[in-house]
Every structure is written in C-alpha cells, then in structure tokens.
Design a protein around this ligand. Structure first.
Ligand SMILES: CC(C)(COP(=O)(O)OP(=O)(O)OC[C@H]1O[C@@H](n2cnc3c(N)ncnc32)[C@H](O)[C@@H]1OP(=O)(O)O)[C@@H](O)C(=O)NCCC(=O)NCCS
Length: 240
C-alpha cells in the first residue's frame, strides 16, 4: 500500500504539537511520536544516528515545506528499499519460541472491503491456514498475541475466538506504530474523513502532555490467549 501524503501531514501535525507542548526538538518528536521512521523502512531501533534518518533530518532543516519533503523522502525510500509484502491480509511472526504474533494489512484490491461480511470466509480461511501451519510446524507454541486499534472493530473481532478479543487492554504509547495510526486510513491508504476531523479537533484542544493519548479516537489494544482457543475456533482438530 502506498500511504497518502495527508497521512504524513497528520502525523507531522502531532509531532509539531508535541514539540511545542513539551519543548522537544522537532526531529525527536518526529522519531518518537509518528510512524514515519518505520514507514521509511528503517526498522524498529529508532536510532537517531541512522544514516538515512540523518539525511532526512538534514533535509528537513532546509525544506520550505516539511510535509512535502517528508513525502518525497518516503516515496524515494519506498522505491529503494521495497520489502516483499504478504499476499494475504493476515500473517504472523514468531515473537519467541512459544508465542505467535498476528499481523494484518489490506492485501485485497482497492474495490474490495477486506473486513466486510462478504470477505469474512476468506479472512477465516487465511487464519485457519496460519494455525494449521503452526500446529504442524510449531509444537512448542502456547500463546497468541496481537496489538492493534483494529481490536475495537466488530468486523475485526469476529475473526478471532472470544477469549482473545475479551482480553484487550489499552497498549500505551504506540505513537511510533501503525497499530495506532492505522485507524486514520481506509483500505487505499487515504485518510478517513470523520476520524481525521475528530483527531484534529482533539489535537487543537490539547493543553496537557498527559492528555496526548486521548487525541486518538481509538486506542491500540493488546490481546492474548492460549493457542488452544484458536485451534478450537478454526476447527483444527487435536490430532491435526
Ligand atoms: C484496516 C483497513 C484495511 C480498514 O479499511 P476500510 O476501508 O475501512 O476497510 P473495511 O471497509 O473492510 O472496514 C471494516 C469496517 O471497519 C470500520 N472502520 C474502519 N476504520 C474505522 C475507524 N477508524 N473507526 C471506526 N470504524 C472503522 C468500517 O466502517 C467498516 O465497518 P462496516 O463493515 O460496519 O462498514 C485500513 O484501515 C488499513 O489498511 N489500515 C492500515 C493497516 C492497519 O491499520 N493495520 C493494523 C496493523 S496492527
């Protein structure tokens, strides 16, 4: 997915507000309160000295338009360091030897709503394939975890067993991650107008650093459950 320029503008708005509110240099606010570092494909170490990040920050100080510079930099980075994307909406990584982490991205065409009831059978089939594979190849896996704003949506929650979605706890300080910022996007990478407007009004009224989390209409939720709940939910039998 190519994210829209407006998505970057929204994040820059937050970084500027945080910088002004707590007296933080703008480069630090951009690194710590936006998803931009990750969108540049620089990994998750958030290293201030990363040469690509330094190049971005150096250009920023000379740029007439911060958003324009950021978006041009993103498009160039994306072209240079394109990572292969999964062909399915759901995917997983092994968090450690006993724990699986679930991820979601829109892998459907722009005209198809990935979380619609029409596509629910396809989503459940993806998850069944994932858990079949884990049962076959990962006998030591005992836990499944996830963190996302998506766990607030009934259309997403219905893809998972009840104990997993019921375990949701607010995941604080996800400012660097798509698990929080994703709520502003539609399936094409453009902004959703109502949620964006809500965010902008909350941001305009922000006066205390402690209220920062509340400018986001939805919070990222951290969920987890034993893997047996998933085997049962997707009809994967005990003997495989
Ligand atoms: C997830 C994503 C594909 C949803 O896009 P979309 O175009 O709204 O997709 P769908 O039409 O399938 O929407 C699913 C439902 O969620 C609702 N919804 C989506 N975003 C919402 C939001 N921010 N607030 C409230 N409801 C929302 C939609 O209205 C729809 O509900 P409905 O079926 O009752 O109409 C899109 O936000 C995205 O790609 N985000 C970036 C990736 C991401 O956030 N991944 C999570 C990583 S942890």
């Amino acid at each position: 997915m190519v994210y829209s320029k407006e998505f970057f503008a929204l994040q820059i708005d937050l970084a500027k507000a945080v910088a002004a509110l707590v007296g933080l240099p703008i480069d630090q606010a951009l690194r710590d309160y936006t998803n931009i570092y990750i969108r540049f494909g620089l990994g998750r170490h958030f290293d201030h000295g990363h040469p690509v990040w330094r190049r971005y920050i150096d250009g920023l100080t000379r740029a007439a338009d911060v958003c324009d510079w950021t978006y041009r930099f993103y498009l160039a980075q994306r072209a240079d360091s394109r990572q292969p994307e999964t062909s399915t909406c759901f995917s997983y990584v092994m968090q450690d030897a006993t724990c699986v982490r679930i991820h979601f991205r829109n892998a459907e065409s722009a005209t198809t709503a990935p979380l619609s009831s029409e596509r629910l059978p396809a989503r459940l089939a993806e998850l069944r394939t994932i858990f079949d594979e884990i049962k076959r190849d990962g006998p030591h896996v005992t836990r499944v975890v996830g963190t996302s704003w998506l766990y607030n949506l009934p259309a997403y929650r219905r893809c998972f067993p009840a104990p997993y979605v019921a375990s949701g706890r607010i995941a604080e300080r996800r400012y660097r991650h798509i698990s929080l910022w994703g709520q502003f996007l539609d399936r094409t990478g453009s902004l959703r107008p109502n949620v964006t407007q809500d965010f902008k009004s909350r941001l305009a009224g922000l006066t205390k650093p402690g209220d920062l989390g509340r400018v986001f209409p939805l919070q990222a939720l951290a969920v987890e459950a034993p893997i047996e709940a998933f085997y049962r939910f997707y009809g994967i039998s005990a003997d495989g």
